[in-house]
Design a protein around this ligand. Structure first.
Ligand SMILES: Cc1cc2nc3c(=O)[nH]c(=O)nc-3n(C[C@H](O)[C@H](O)[C@H](O)COP(=O)(O)OP(=O)(O)OC[C@H]3O[C@@H](n4cnc5c(N)ncnc54)[C@H](O)[C@@H]3O)c2cc1C
Length: 310
């Protein structure tokens, strides 16, 4: 049986009990985490992970919560916030080395300013480096797996360095789900002056498109479904296009609504619950399956749904 005093004796950072996850996810949904830990640094985070594993309690490592849907009953065990604990980055001649809690947008901006290309198009993704590695985040023709050299992970006992080919990256997923990502080395390429001009224009256009085609003023969790791979949907339609063609834009359940700007995003218009969001997910899946014969897969990660009826 875990004692709070024992935990507070191990972890130097803040330890909260029954912390609402709605305060830690960009969609603003989710019930309480039994334990919510904000370690002060990497050692503190590793100690917390080891502590929970020793007590056989599940541990969810949290980045910015921008790709996460947490059950209304919350998550059992611990949520460990990585963003304040895993800080720091160094730009090198041919890439960068960064801790997993650093915002991806910041790394994209700073490396581009240093004349390096490879992640500059990922600037609008609102997550941490750790979350981006786990999700193999990508946009506008770039994705994390293209630039990873190695990733440092903690397995509960020791820190290991995994080379890119051992990680099992695929479209919007990786083999990193069950590890704690501490940081990574990325290889980026030197940009000529002409490249910089062309990439600057491309970045501005991408940010303009994001603002025009995403419901950025509402809480959301990014794309709910993965886009089908080439050949997996009629005419190569993306998840959003199929949902839109099913006439589901604007469909609401409780406080959750399928965005009328981007049909693959669900927004929280106020007071949405995870079960509202789940109901929309089920309806979109059913509609797309019966009209297009495509079973959409979730891109958003679920937490706390294991044994729950959703
Ligand atoms: C408005 C908006 C736009 C978006 N646009 C894009 C886009 O263009 N492309 C794209 O790919 N995604 C996009 N996303 C989704 C999301 O931002 C990315 O998936 C991002 O990489 C998630 O990072 P995070 O830090 O928020 O991770 P979280 O949501 O906190 O976590 C995601 C998963 O990673 C795990 N995780 C996080 N950090 C660690 C760590 N250090 N160690 C181990 N596991 C960890 C979590 O346990 C969870 O399973 C968008 C989201 C929003 C809200």
């Amino acid at each position: 049986m875990l004692s709070l005093e024992e935990l507070r004796g191990v972890v130097r950072g803040k330890v909260l009990i029954s912390e609402p996850m709605s305060d830690h996810t960009t969609i603003g949904v989710g019930g309480p985490a039994d334990f919510f830990v904000e370690p002060v640094d990497r050692d503190d985070l590793c100690r917390a992970v080891t502590f929970f594993r020793r007590h056989r309690l599940p541990c969810l490592v949290l980045g910015r919560g921008s790709n996460l849907l947490v059950h209304d009953d919350g998550v059992r065990g611990a949520v460990i916030a990585a963003s304040g604990a895993l800080c720091g980055y160094r730009i090198r001649r041919d890439g960068l080395v960064a801790s997993a809690g650093e915002p991806l947008s910041l790394l994209a901006a700073r490396s581009f300013e240093a004349g390096l290309g490879g992640i500059e198009m990922l600037q609008g993704i609102p997550g941490t480096l750790g979350g981006a590695l786990v999700m193999n985040a990508g946009a506008w023709g770039q994705q994390m797996s293209d630039v990873v050299v190695s990733v440092d992970v903690f397995d509960g006992d020791r820190v290991r360095t995994l080379k890119r080919d051992a990680i099992g990256f695929a479209y919007r997923c990786s083999g990193l789900d069950d590890t704690v990502v501490l940081g990574a080395a990325l290889r980026l390429r030197h940009l000529s002056e002409a490249d910089v001009r062309e990439r600057t224009a491309a970045r501005e256009e991408a940010m303009r498109r994001r603002k025009a085609t995403q419901p950025l003023s509402w809480p959301n969790a990014g794309s709910i479904f993965r886009n089908p791979l080439p050949g997996e949907s009629p005419d190569g339609l993306g998840a959003g296009a199929m949902i839109e063609q099913c006439g589901l834009k604007g469909l609401g359940v409780g406080g959750a609504v399928i965005s009328d700007v981007h049909a693959n995003m669900i927004i929280n218009t106020g007071g949405a619950t995870a079960s509202d969001v789940m109901e929309l997910i089920h309806r979109a899946r059913e509609a797309v399956s019966s009209r297009f014969g495509v079973m959409l897969e979730l891109e958003v990660m679920l937490a706390g749904f294991e044994n729950a009826c959703c």
